[in-house]
Write a protein that binds this ligand. Structure first.
Ligand code: M6R
Length: 628
């Protein structure tokens, strides 16, 4: 069910982390641990503000990583208090300096504000405020909101009312949290086009950019809707619309533990998340697919399946490759025409979409702005919308008619790994579900596919154990400047995914090609020593693709390429032509890509490690791309 109506379309948004707390604990501890769990979102400065037990507002903020702030606070602790807000900032307006970091203070230092997003009309608001004598100490758009809220609080002496009075003056995207020393025990938040989730505790309540901010303390949460304001005290949560109408937000239970978002002894989150790929697939399947191949997904009941005559997937990056891969199976199993589009392309053309079109968004975070805007566009056009998402309480599911959660567990590393596999499985399930409803899948095919899918976690585990060998390969290639990836049919999206991982993790030029396209241009890139990964279909595959891909290998080998083939165990045809073969266990054509992608994930990670790069937070990237 769609819970939220469309909001205005922001052009930009930022990817900051936000935490708010009211309770009985030391807020400094709660806030800093929340920020640590939101680190993956990407940031360049951090800060915290607390209403102290003695009734004064104290704050500290620093450019740089959280450790810089933590060290300062360890050396000069803030006065303790059990109400506070904290922020990690990803710079948009103004450089990442101490002054531009949040919180921003107003009302003579008695009010503190943190902000995620961009206030698009800040320039004109700031001019008006400066003209009326207000002063500013940062270059940010956010400080304008702080100053406005300070003035509004002086007028109303009510923090919630101040927020109501100010949000209507702001244009753009924002999550705002404020505290005031004259209102101890209260945090007020507001959101428009930027995420904010409420954590419900006993004698304490929380606010966060996502549930990771407070999952260590509570598993009960409320999803704040678009254009809503929330006021928390330790014993109460009040939500209203920007217009002041009371709202009862839907409650949900967070189905993973805080430990799931810890590294747990792994060298990086990415290493941990690759090790979780088998489990992620098992979790996506759990309880949804009988041995006979019957799919039970009550979450899809709100869709009118009888109307669907076409499916369009919208997604970005890795999620788009998962959709591409899943689409091959879905079209075959359901008989429904399926296309896949990048969300940002879909939104800016005039697609022919109506009630018969099911628009399926795929998004791990459920907050990707490009995909969110495309979902809103699909809703406007009258399509049925389904979200395939991993993150409870996220915005895209709230704005879709139905949601199929992947249940892959939190993915913290910026480079998406286990989400790719679980998203693909979710699309496969959807394909079987639609095919079943239309009577398109035979009982034999459904049962065989169910068996193949249930075998997958074990087979993926085998692939995860290729890690040491892949690490050796990556070690030899640390100086490589370019790597190509070739695949056909379902191997093609895997080639694209392998190349994306290498670009973002190891900063190496990498391209994925459909192998059939080679002679139409890309073969000109092959020169002696060029490394090419090739996804080789099984020789048992009834199509002739195996032979065609082996011919492609011969063509590039003849021109000096160094070939790393990912091929079925015992495939003798590739051996004479490959410099290295990574063997995958025998699997059916639609399962193979979920095996061959695993060594590519490991390769990207190990090459980044061999180059001494930051695996979990590659340069210029953030996990949740809330920038359009
Ligand atoms: O959260 P989403 O699944 O919507 O994210 C989509 C892409 O931004 C994401 O997959 C991105 O391409 C990853 N960094 C790739 O590893």
């Amino acid at each position: 069910m769609r819970l939220v109506s469309e909001g205005p379309s922001p052009r930009l948004n930022a990817m900051c982390g936000i935490v708010g707390y009211v309770g009985q604990r030391s807020s400094s501890e709660v806030l800093m641990s929340g920020l640590a769990r939101l680190e993956y979102r990407g940031y360049d400065s951090a800060g915290v503000a607390i209403v102290s037990d003695s009734g004064s507002l104290v704050s500290h903020k620093r450019a740089g990583k959280l450790g810089v702030l933590a060290e300062d606070l360890a050396n000069s602790p803030l006065e303790s208090g059990s109400t506070g807000i904290a922020h990690t900032r990803w710079a948009t307006h103004g450089a990442p300096t101490d002054a531009n970091a949040h919180p921003h203070l107003a009302d003579d230092g008695k009010l503190a504000l943190i902000h995620n997003g961009i206030i698009e009309n800040f320039h004109e608001l700031k001019e008006q405020l400066v003209a009326s004598g207000e002063t500013f100490s940062s270059d940010t758009d956010s400080e304008v909101a702080a100053v406005l809220l300070g003035i509004a609080y002086r007028e109303s002496r009510d923090l919630t009312q101040a927020m109501v009075n100010v949000v209507g003056r702001l244009e753009g995207a924002f999550t705002l949290l404020i505290v005031h020393e004259d209102a101890p025990g209260v945090v007020v938040g507001a959101r428009r086009n930027s995420p904010l989730v409420i954590g419900v505790g006993e004698g304490e309540n929380f606010l966060g950019s996502d549930v990771a901010a407070f999952v260590a303390y509570t598993h009960k949460a409320l999803a704040l809707g678009q254009d809503q304001i929330v006021t928390i005290t330790k014993d109460s949560i009040d939500v209203m619309s920007f217009e002041g109408e009371v709202v009862h937000p839907p409650e949900f239970t967070i189905d993973w533990d805080a430990s799931a978002a810890d590294k747990g002894g792994w060298s990086s989150f990415m290493a941990k998340e690759i090790s979780e790929e088998p489990e992620a697939v098992a979790n996506t399947l759990r309880g949804r697919l009988s041995p006979e191949g019957e799919v039970t997904i009550p979450e899809l009941d709100s869709l009118d399946v009888s109307l669907i005559d076409r499916v369009i997937f919208i997604a970005c990056g890795t999620a788009a490759y998962a959709a591409m891969l899943g689409a091959y199976a879905m079209e075959k199993w359901s008989g429904i025409p399926v296309t896949v589009e990048l969300s940002h392309e879909f939104r800016y053309r005039d697609p022919v979409v109506g009630a018969g079109t099911l628009v399926v968004s795929v998004s791990q975070s459920g907050e990707t702005m490009d995909t969110l805007m495309a979902v809103r566009y699909a809703n406007e056009l009258g399509a049925q919308t389904l979200a395939i998402c991993n993150t409870q309480g996220a915005t895209i599911p709230r704005e879709s008619d139905a949601t199929l959660y992947t249940h892959a567990g939190p993915e913290v590393a910026v480079a998406s790994t286990k989400a790719f596999l679980s998203q693909t499985i979710a699309v496969y399930l959807l394909g079987l579900y639609l095919g079943g409803h239309r009577g398109f899948v035979s009982a034999e095919l459904a049962a065989q596919t169910a068996q193949d899918l249930h075998n997958l976690p074990g087979q993926i585990q085998e692939m995860v154990s290729t890690g040491p060998r892949i690490k050796e390969l990556a070690g030899w290639m640390a100086d490589t400047r370019s790597v190509l990836y070739l695949g056909r049919h379902v191997g093609y999206p895997v080639a694209l995914e392998g190349a994306l991982k290498l670009k973002e993790l190891a900063y190496i030029h990498a391209e994925g090609f459909a192998a059939g396209e080679l002679k139409h241009g890309p073969i000109a890139l092959i020169e002696p020593g060029q490394i090419v990964f090739v996804m080789v279909p099984s020789p048992r595959d009834p199509s002739s693709l195996h032979n065609k891909v082996v011919s492609n290998i011969q063509e590039i080998r003849a021109r000096g390429a160094r070939v790393i083939a990912i091929a079925e165990k015992g495939d003798a045809a590739v051996l004479p032509y490959a410099d290295e073969v990574i063997a995958i266990p025998p699997a059916s054509p639609f399962m193979e890509p979920l095996l061959s992608v695993v060594p590519l994930h490991i390769f990207g990670m190990e090459l980044a490690a061999a180059k001494g790069l930051d695996i979990d937070q590659p340069r210029n990237l953030a996990k949740s791309v809330t920038v359009e």
